[in-house]
Write a protein that binds this ligand. Structure first.
Ligand SMILES: *Cc1c(COP(=O)(O)O)cnc(C)c1O
Length: 227
């Protein structure tokens, strides 16, 4: 882990008021604890099995953010401790989160993941799907979820202009959706964009949550390290 880099990143994010989600996937609990001891509280994981292994071994003060594609049948296991789910990409998934959250008497913070890249491998809702979700009676009846904003992943490219255009589009969509559906809801304020390779661009496009893994923890191996 690179402590100096971490401190420098915090300084870099500060003027923008963006919060850092330390993406600890594949990294051992010792690395997470090291960062926790420096004051980091928000950690991001993308695999349910992995976070279920790590979470009980780490301080309760950690806010676990789930950032990866979530299968409906795994929702139940993460509801008791998830602070935020970034990757909600269907009404069906949201309905399951709402149902399980109700059973735990919780209100779970969610972001709706929007498809902004030009790659078929990335998950997310289209603008049309987003609107139809927000307008549905099923959504309006959900009492145990809170939509805190939008999340997106840009194309995996070195073309800065292309990434900037994708983030820019999502930023505009965020503003429009806020105005049309969440004008009086203070909690709808998060725009989760930016990873190690493109966070500087994301900061210029209104990012409030930046999801950084390799730039803090070092490159990941293909296979997860031992927990
Ligand atoms: C792995 C991951 C990140 C962090 O990636 P880095 O390039 O290591 O910063 C961010 N967001 C999601 C959804 C991820 O799966």
């Amino acid at each position: 882990m690179n402590t100096e880099k971490y401190i420098a990143l915090l300084q870099e994010l500060k003027p923008y008021g963006a919060k850092l989600v330390a993406v600890s996937k594949t990294k051992p609990v010792a690395d997470i604890l090291e960062l926790y001891n420096l004051g980091q509280r928000i950690f991001g994981e993308n695999k349910v099995q992995e976070v279920l292994q790590k979470q009980p071994l780490l301080p309760a003060g950690i806010e676990w953010h789930l950032i990866g594609h979530l299968q409906t049948n795994k929702v139940k296991q993460v509801i008791p401790f998830a602070a935020m789910i970034h990757s909600v990409d269907s009404l069906k998934l949201l309905a399951e989160i709402n149902k399980q959250a109700a059973k735990s008497s919780r209100v779970v913070n969610c972001l709706l993941q929007i498809f902004i890249a030009d790659e078929e491998t990335k998950f997310g809702l289209s603008e049309e799907e987003l609107r139809s979700l927000l307008q549905s009676d099923e959504f309006k009846a959900m009492k145990n979820i809170r939509i805190c904003g939008l999340m997106g992943m840009a194309s995996n490219t070195n073309e800065e202009q292309k990434i900037a255009a994708e983030f820019g589009r999502l930023q505009r969509l965020f503003t429009t959706i806020k105005k049309q559906y969440f004008a009086t809801e203070d909690y709808f304020k998060e725009l989760s964009i930016g990873m190690s390779s493109d966070y500087k661009i994301a900061l210029k496009h209104g990012a409030t949550l930046i999801r950084l893994g390799s730039v803090i923890f070092g490159e990941r191996r293909e296979r997860p390290d031992a927990v």
